[in-house]
Design a protein around this ligand. Structure first.
Ligand SMILES: C[S@@+](CC[C@H](N)C(=O)[O-])C[C@H]1O[C@@H](n2cnc3c(N)ncnc32)[C@H](O)[C@@H]1O
Length: 327
């Protein structure tokens, strides 16, 4: 199949009263598919804990499925076998797929040390599309897939402002934000992440979209150290994206990163890299995070969380996001 072809199979509209899970997935998929075709996207959520008895999130990635089970006590996240079978049956009967394209994600509370642990080494990469941009994902080998679907609209927002601009993407992961910005015409992007695996993956995402790495730099570095070096270099950016993990600890870092403890430092340094009239997009998935906006009185801060939750996400608390500009 051509790399630019979307994978969005049509499905029958046959209701099965005996299985509410199946009905809901079918209904959600049919609804989102119309939007997906229009926007050239084939990765989205098809079930988001919609029915209490089915505490699951199911993501569609171009014909493959990433399934998360939310156990009541987060110690054991193996789904009961009845539920696992029901998911398999539901997806099989709607999409006529086999169990080998269903990947169960583990969500056991990640210890501080093993947040980005590799699970397997099979390199099962494939390509999905988001607003026309190609991105590599892997549902098998890592804890996360390579693309956080909940930030699709935030990426679109960044891209909509990026034409001709310079964009800095901190904690860039596989560079999805900066690839979207570059695709939308950003003059220059720089993406910073601590991980070799993800910076390499990010470079491949640029190349996949025929975007040159000459004006789309990908830097492997601790963002906290990078900020000081970048301030010293006097480079400035029109747009800065900051989407850090809640907590991160790695041998490559001198000290642990904790969003609640470090956000003031992070934002203050990032503001020094921002051109007058520039914009920071700051986001967190941490539910406990508390943002003391009075510490940034010289900024205009807008909570854009609601606007950045995609239509396929029914959990409005999946992330919070702020648009910050220095006045
Ligand atoms: C939550 S993800 C970021 C998601 C990303 N912004 C996106 O939208 O795809 C966390 C990323 O932060 C990186 N990371 C963690 N601590 C870091 C640090 N101190 N400096 C740079 N990157 C770090 C991890 O390697 C991982 O790729």
């Amino acid at each position: 199949m051509d790399e630019s072809t979307l994978f969005l199979p049509a499905i029958a509209d046959s209701e099965d009263k005996s299985c509410p899970l199946k009905n809901r997935i079918r209904k959600n998929y049919r609804h989102v598919r119309k939007w997906a075709k229009r926007t050239h996207t084939d990765c989205f959520r098809v079930y988001d804990r919609d029915i209490k008895e089915y505490p699951l999130a199911i993501d569609f990635y171009a014909g493959r499925f990433s399934v998360q089970y939310f156990s009541y006590n987060r110690e054991d996240d193996n789904p009961p076998s009845d539920l696992e079978n029901e998911v398999l049956q539901a997806l099989y009967s709607i999409f006529a797929i086999d169990s080998d394209v269903i990947y169960w994600r583990t969500r056991v509370r990640r210890t501080k040390m093993q947040q980005y642990e590799k699970l397997n080494e099979e390199k099962q990469f494939f390509i999905v599309h988001e607003y026309g941009v190609k991105l590599k994902v892997n549902l098998h080998d890592y804890l996360d897939t390579g693309l956080f679907l909940d930030h699709r609209e935030t990426r679109l927002k960044v891209a909509s402002l990026a034409r001709g601009k310079s964009v800095l993407n901190l904690f860039a992961y596989t560079c999805a934000f900066s690839v979207q910005a570059a695709y939308a015409g950003a003059a220059y992007t720089k993406s910073v992440d601590l991980s070799n695996t993800y910076t390499e993956w990010g470079r491949e995402n640029f190349l996949l979209n025929s975007l040159s790495l000459d004006n789309n730099e990908v830097v492997r570095e601790d963002c906290l150290k990078f900020l000081d070096r970048e301030i010293a270099s006097r480079r400035k950016y029109d747009i800065i994206v900051i989407d850090p993990p809640t907590i991160s600890r790695s041998k490559k870092m001198d000290q642990m990163f904790d969003i609640q403890q470090d956000y003031v430092f992070l934002l203050s340094k990032a503001l020094r890299l921002l051109v007058k009239g520039g914009t920071i997009f700051f986001s967190t998935n941490s539910r406990r995070f508390s943002f003391d906006q009075s510490l940034f009185e010289s900024c205009s801060i807008q909570d854009i969380s609601k606007k950045t939750i995609p239509i396929d996400f029914h959990n409005q608390k999946i992330h919070r996001c702020w648009q910050i500009s220095a006045t």
